[in-house]
Design a binder for this molecule. Structure first.
Ligand SMILES: [Zn+2]
Length: 325
């Protein structure tokens, strides 16, 4: 039943945790929000154009010394693991995909609303152990997701299913939170199912300017995701840098993970207020998967982090997340 406990499942096969290298823990290649294909006014999706754009971005990351790109696309947001596998082969960047569905307000809820937790767990385990659909491509982690300030019954069921699948297979959990809330509830649910907190990334914790929240998550052993660098509509990056430095200087460098939650290609229009990808980049110029290495790491160095600290955050922490204790 279990996946190979000492291997990380990428979309092109298993690698040792030590082979991950510099890892971006939460980025997306391709997203399509539910209903994107109903929007006849949206730009037409061209797979070839999308692949070319994605290969270009992955090669830029390789040039910056990135070894692995984790794409925790929920199964209901246009996840396309064959696209990821082709991209990984073309770009020679390792990519990890996930099983698990999105939070209630923005996911596709009809089927899982009616399935019991045991069956959802079995579906997640199938995607980790056997593969997604009939592709043979295995998920290497579980995505869990909750809404703002309250976990609905639907979300609680899916988080429990995700934790049970992680417990059975040994893969880690990567979460979505809204507005920097419910991280402790996620830890409660995950540990309640017998999974150690250090197998969980509380994602998007940088959505709130609250050092006490970040420190309290780290004190429980979870990884704290500062994983929306560049999304300055939520908070300026200077605030994220300040909070990363505070957490590191409080002794929790080993709990920090960095990423952008960038989206390289969209199916349909990217967000309701922007018809084209170029419009989004014009609004959020640093929301691209290269910004941490080109712009943020120098700021962290200037704030007092050593090269060893940077390696801990970019290399050792992802390796420990995937390898387990
Ligand atoms: Zn995301």
């Amino acid at each position: 039943m279990t996946a190979d406990a000492r291997a990380v499942q990428t979309v092109t096969g298993r690698v040792r945790p030590e082979a991950l290298g510099r890892t971006l823990i939460h980025e997306h290649v391709l997203i399509g929000f539910p209903g994107w294909n109903l929007d006849a006014l949206a730009p037409r999706f061209d797979r070839g154009d999308a692949m070319a754009r994605a290969v270009d971005q992955m090669q830029r990351l390789r040039d910056l010394g990135v070894g692995t790109f984790v794409d925790p696309c929920p199964m209901d947001l246009g996840r396309d693991v064959e696209f990821l596998a082709e991209l990984s082969q073309k770009s020679e960047l390792q990519i990890v995909c996930t099983t698990g569905a999105y939070f209630e307000a923005e996911g596709i809820t009809h089927t899982f609303r009616h399935l019991p937790v045991e069956e959802i767990t079995a579906i997640y385990i199938k995607e980790i152990v056997e593969g997604i659909g009939d592709t043979g491509i295995r998920a290497g982690a579980v995505k869990i997701a909750t809404g703002a300030h309250h976990i609905s019954d639907y979300e609680r069921k899916l988080v429990q299913a995700g934790a049970r699948a992680a417990r059975e297979t040994g893969v880690p959990l990567i979460s979505h939170t809204q507005e920097g809330s419910c991280g402790h509830d996620q830890i409660d649910l995950v540990t309640g199912e017998g999974v150690a907190a250090d197998r969980l990334v509380v994602g998007h914790s940088d959505g709130v300017d609250d050092h006490e929240y970040h420190r309290s998550l780290a004190e429980r052993g979870a990884f704290v995701g500062f994983d929306r660098f560049g999304i300055t509509l939520i908070l300026p990056d200077e605030v994220r840098v300040k909070n990363v430095l505070k957490l590191a200087h409080a002794g929790h460098t080993r709990n920090i993970l960095l990423s952008h939650d960038s989206i390289v290609c969209w199916q349909g229009r990217p967000v309701p207020f922007a018809a084209r990808y170029e419009d989004v980049l014009a609004m959020l110029p640093d929301w691209r998967p290269t910004s941490i290495l080109t712009k943020i790491v120098p700021q962290l160095r200037a704030g007092g982090l050593t090269e060893a600290d940077i390696t801990t955050i970019l290399v050792d922490n992802p390796r420990r997340l995937f390898a387990g204790a």
